[in-house]
Structures are given as structure tokens and as C-alpha cells.
Design a protein around this ligand. Structure first.
Ligand code: SAH
Length: 231
């Protein structure tokens, strides 16, 4: 863990400065923690070893950035646990030429991970401040293949369809039909399904070349609710 001390100065908290080497060492430890759970998708692990997760948490939470746990990002939302980001990304089998839709931009971290592997990423976020902050952050970090949309992901994002992969990072009780419709033949949809406040089932839904669907339950997970009122 990063053991930085904050210095109280004229009411403002001055954050400690960490070096890039320290962040890299933290990322290596995070990768070890993920691998210890049996996730062995090397391409995904390599991407998580590169993306600066500390840029996606609030400055006061920087010590938690590389722990294998979710971190609050404001408005009751969280940046997902690294193991969950790795698991969902791996299930989505993202290829270099793929177009990917994410529902639930949050901090933008999962979108950045996807953008390192895909041709383009569209990420839809229902909370305006999160959409704006994530878009600014991703631009600042130099990601040019991500479009952040402020909207209700229940409707997917028709303009960019079809998508080779769709990842949903908030849990609805049923799969929104638009997400099925916007999935390309041969595409993968990764979605937590179930009631909020409980654990949900992480599903991998495949659409074959004839448009037939096959769903598999992967594991029990816990996600924030999929909401419907745009804020
Ligand atoms: N992928 C994010 C984690 C986000 S938490 C990250 O890497 O940081 C889930 C996000 O889904 C929250 O920001 C929440 O506001 C958003 N969300 C919930 N319901 C939504 C909906 N109907 N459409 C779009 N975003 C939604």
C-alpha cells in the first residue's frame, strides 16, 4: 500500500507526491493479487499493469488506488475492484479491431482499460458530473478512442452500434433489450443481473452469427444499481 502522509496546511490538504516507480510497484502488487485469484489472461494483466488507476480515484483516496477493492468516487458510486475489471474485460474477449460499449462510465477506469485493447469505446454514464469528470480525465490522459456519453444506458447507444462487446458495470434486474439488439453477431455481453442490495449473477451472453443467444452464469458479484433517472 502507498503509505503517504498528508500534510495539513492552511486548511488545504497537500497530497504527498509519489514517483512513477512507486506507482509501478503498486500496480505490480495489484497484478499479483489479481493473479492469485486465478485470473491468467496475460493481455488483460498487462493492460492493468499500464493504466494509471491512481488517476481515477479522488486525490484523498490515492492510498487505496491499487488495493484490490472498490473505491468510492462520489454520488454513491464506486470504481470497481481491479479483479472485477480484469474478470469482465477478460470475459468480453476484446480484440484490437473491436468496437466496445460500456454502460456506467463512473471514473472512466474500465473504459480506459477497454480502450487499450479495442479500436474504439463508447461509454454511457447517467450521472452528469461523473460523465463530465470522466471525459475530462480520459482526454487529459490522452485517450482518443473513447466517447463518453451522458445518457441512460438502458437505451445503449444506437449511433455506435453494432458493438463486438458490451460491458455493463451497474446491475439491472433484466437485460435491457437495446443492449442485445446493439450487440454484433459473434459479440459478447458481460452484465451483472439481479436485485440491488443483494448479490447479482455475472452473466456472459454470446450472440452467434445467426443471432442466437447463449447465456452463462459466471460468478456471484455485487454491483451498484442500474438506475433510470438521468441526473
Ligand atoms: N465502470 C466504472 C464503475 C462505475 S460504477 C469505473 O470503472 O469506474 C457504475 C456506474 O454506472 C455509476 O457511475 C452509475 O452512475 C452508472 N449507471 C447506473 N445506471 C446507469 C444507466 N442506466 N445508464 C448509464 N450509467 C448508469
Amino acid at each position: 500500500m502507498l503509505a503517504g502522509k498528508s500534510i495539513q496546511q492552511d486548511e488545504a490538504v497537500v497530497r504527498p507526491q509519489f514517483s512513477e516507480e512507486e506507482f509501478m510497484a503498486e500496480r505490480r502488487k495489484m497484478i499479483e493479487a489479481i493473479s492469485a485469484h486465478g485470473l491468467d489472461d496475460q493481455e488483460v494483466l498487462d493492460v492493468l499493469a499500464r493504466v494509471p488507476r491512481h488517476e481515477f480515484v479522488n486525490p484523498e483516496d490515492i492510498d487505496f488506488a491499487y488495493r484490490d477493492q472498490p473505491v468510492p468516487i462520489g454520488e454513491g458510486q464506486t470504481i470497481s475492484q481491479p479483479l472485477m475489471v480484469a474478470t469482465m474485460t477478460s470475459l468480453a474477449e476484446v480484440g484490437a479491431d473491436d468496437s466496445v460499449l460500456e454502460i456506467g462510465t463512473g471514473s472512466g477506469y474500465q473504459a480506459a482499460v477497454l480502450a487499450e485493447m479495442a479500436r474504439e469505446v463508447v461509454s454511457v454514464e447517467i450521472i452528469g458530473t461523473h460523465a463530465k469528470n470522466a471525459a475530462d480525465r480520459l482526454k487529459r490522459l490522452g485517450y482518443e478512442n473513447i466517447s463518453v456519453i451522458h445518457g441512460d444506458g438502458y437505451f445503449g447507444w444506437e449511433e455506435g452500434a453494432p458493438y463486438d462487446a458490451v460491458i455493463v458495470t451497474a446491475a439491472p434486474e433484466k437485460i435491457p433489450q437495446a443492449l442485445i439488439d446493439q450487440l454484433a453477431p459473434g459479440g459478447r455481453l458481460v452484465i451483472p443481473l439481479g436485485k440491488s442490495g443483494w448479490t447479482q449473477n455475472l452473466l456472459l451472453v454470446r450472440k452467434d452469427l445467426d443471432g442466437n443467444l447463449e447465456a452463462r452464469k459466471k460468478e456471484s458479484v455485487r454491483f451498484v444499481p442500474f438506475t433510470r433517472d438521468k441526473r
